[in-house]
Write a protein that binds this ligand. Structure first.
Ligand SMILES: Cc1cc2nc3c(=O)[nH]c(=O)nc-3n(C[C@H](O)[C@H](O)[C@H](O)COP(=O)(O)OP(=O)(O)OC[C@H]3O[C@@H](n4cnc5c(N)ncnc54)[C@H](O)[C@@H]3O)c2cc1C
Length: 300
């Protein structure tokens, strides 16, 4: 492999074994730049690197209470969160609803973030003294609820090398082609309405937040989690997956690629637990099988 050092020199680093673990997007980008695995072509539906790119499909509700209800959003811990898992994955019968997938819902008060942790009621100006007064009035009197939903992969949601834009080293940037599909909208609406009922039962003064509407497009200005998946997925067939079940490249067997890039679909749950579990699984295969007998661990 080659890399550019701090002095700007290109260095060649020979390696018996390469673990590509640079985060989902960067794993896919490095594979495309390095020519490891055939790039995905959405028109012919051939190729493997860049396919099955999936995101997460979230819905958020903010419930505002009167000043006699103190929610103390400045303190908390992730582990103190409360979740409802009844509408996640196949925990319920989807038959009559017309979509697949689901979401856990939760209230997870882990200490608010600057700016994004300062919701204000509808109609409040986005800046100035009226915004400041609304923040002061509502900061310790609101509850935030989230549904982090599953997201399926589609033929027309994919990653490839950008034909126009390059980085400072002249390398093409990674391009993301993505939009919401009917299943995503239906799921968002179903989940939002279930979560809304819980919010109403808490008897707040005001509730804000809405599900995706029919025909809605992906909007980069709206927070949609940072949980991207796929692009270099694990699978049984080298025609449709970049990696075998041990996260080993089908194409270049001394390259292993742990990360959410290996997920064939986006999960309702957040990704990192599964990223870690798959990495342990892969590391065990490297230690117990690959190092003793380097080569493909699965015959195609
Ligand atoms: C704001 C935010 C909030 C998140 N919250 C959650 C959450 O609540 N729950 C959850 O499950 N997940 C969450 N995630 C996702 C979580 O961070 C990822 O799932 C996890 O970090 C993936 O692990 P990884 O080892 O694949 O990649 P990373 O943890 O990103 O590690 C990759 C490492 O590779 C390094 N690297 C990249 N390129 C190169 C290169 N060319 N040369 C050398 N080093 C390189 C990077 O610096 C980085 O240290 C969140 C992510 C973000 C951004």
């Amino acid at each position: 492999m080659t890399y550019v050092d701090a002095q700007g020199r290109q260095v060649e680093q020979p390696a018996d074994l390469v673990i590509l673990s640079a985060f989902q997007f960067h794993n896919v980008h490095l594979m495309l730049l390095s020519g490891i695995g055939k790039p995905y072509n959405p028109i012919t539906n051939e190729g493997v690197v860049g396919r099955n790119f999936a995101y997460q499909n979230i819905s958020t509700i903010k419930a505002f209470f009167g000043k006699d209800v103190h929610t103390n959003n400045f303190i908390g811990a992730g582990g103190a969160g409360v979740g409802v898992d009844d509408f996640n994955a196949d925990n319920f019968d989807h038959g009559k609803y017309g979509f697949v997938g689901g979401s856990p819902f939760w209230v997870n008060q882990a200490g608010v973030k600057p700016i994004s942790g300062l919701p204000v009621p509808q109609g409040t100006p986005g800046w100035g003294s009226k915004w400041k007064a609304a923040v002061a009035d509502h900061y310790t009197h609101h509850v935030s609820m989230d549904a982090h939903g599953a997201h399926q992969s589609y033929r027309n949601n994919y990653l490839d090398l950008d034909p126009n834009y390059k980085d400072a080293y002249g390398q093409p940037l990674l391009r993301m082609t993505f939009d919401w599909q009917d299943n995503d909208i239906k799921m968002s609406q179903f989940m939002h309405h279930r979560m809304h009922k819980i919010a109403v039962a808490m008897n707040p003064k005001e509730i804000i937040g809405a599900p995706k509407t029919q025909g809605a497009h992906f909007d980069t200005t709206v927070y949609q989690t940072t949980h991207m998946n796929g692009g270099a997925i694990m699978g049984e067939d080298p025609q449709t997956s970049a990696l075998n079940r041990y996260l080993q490249s089908w194409d270049v067997p001394n390259v292993f690629v742990p990360g959410a890039s290996a997920f064939p679909q986006g999960l309702g749950y957040n990704p990192t637990g599964m990223v870690a579990a798959l990495t342990y699984w892969s590391a065990q295969a490297i230690r117990e099988q690959y190092l003793k007998n380097p080569g493909p661990l699965v015959q195609a």
